[in-house]
Design a protein around this ligand. Sequence first.
Ligand SMILES: Nc1ncnc2c1ncn2[C@@H]1O[C@H](COP(=O)(O)OP(=O)(O)OP(=O)(O)O)[C@@H](O)[C@H]1O
Ligand SMILES: [Mg+2]
Length: 244
Amino acid sequence: MKVRKSSHVDGLRDAASWVVRHPFSLATQTLRQIISAKLQWQSGTFRTLGVTSCLPGEGKTIVAANLGHLIASTGKKVLLVDGGVHNRDLSKALAPDVDSGLVDVIGGRSTRVESVSVNYKTNLHFLPLGKPRSDALNNTWRNPMESLLKDACDTYDWVIIDLPPMDPLADVRDAASIIDAFLVVVEWGHTPAAIVEEALARSGVVKGKLLGTVLNRIDASKIRTYDRSAYLRGNGNHIDTEDV
Ligand SMILES: Nc1ncnc2c1ncn2[C@@H]1O[C@H](COP(=O)(O)OP(=O)(O)OP(=O)(O)O)[C@@H](O)[C@H]1O
Ligand SMILES: [Mg+2]
């Protein structure tokens, strides 16, 4: 996918639903593998999927949003949650005029149903972050969030949470106990394998709940010169996305 050169948020808004406009692209086809990976999940099935990375800016938000649109467009009920508690990028891109969101729901100032907006094209439901307060940043992954996710799982087939990077923040480790499975986005050609391994080793339970890694921004012209199977090895859950 080629993101229009404009502001960061405009670029994200444009790229967040790229798969809908390019249903036959390599990126779209490879994101579909995540849907099949769910069927082979170790403990039967899961509802909540956290999307994280080792370093900032590797493409978590784009992958989470496109995955949400893709699955919602198949008729499944999908809730996309902006859990990037230190960065409201997804909310700024998808719901710029909405003030309340996740932090208001867990703070008891709003309800999930009141705060969710629905994309009229794909029927993706989106819960923005809301306006974070300093107390919310430290407590996001405590009990009210667990109840919110449990409650959302009664309504939705998939709850996809756009998270911060694994390091240096504690959020993902805190979130790991209440999220069923994780995708780790790795920027192709940018993040060394050693960093990925180290971040996963330090991540606590994230590693044990890893659905797979998504290689983002692959250069399709270069990847053809490699043994493609090298990128689809291991547990079979390495998923490539071409430059969007
Ligand atoms: N496959 C891609 N092709 C082109 N541009 C991309 C791609 N993936 C991400 N980008 C661009 O890179 C920037 C970072 O992407 P994104 O916001 O998804 O990363 P992130 O991991 O969520 O960042 P953060 O850690 O700040 O939350 C955005 O401007 C986005 O448009
Ligand atoms: Mg992000």
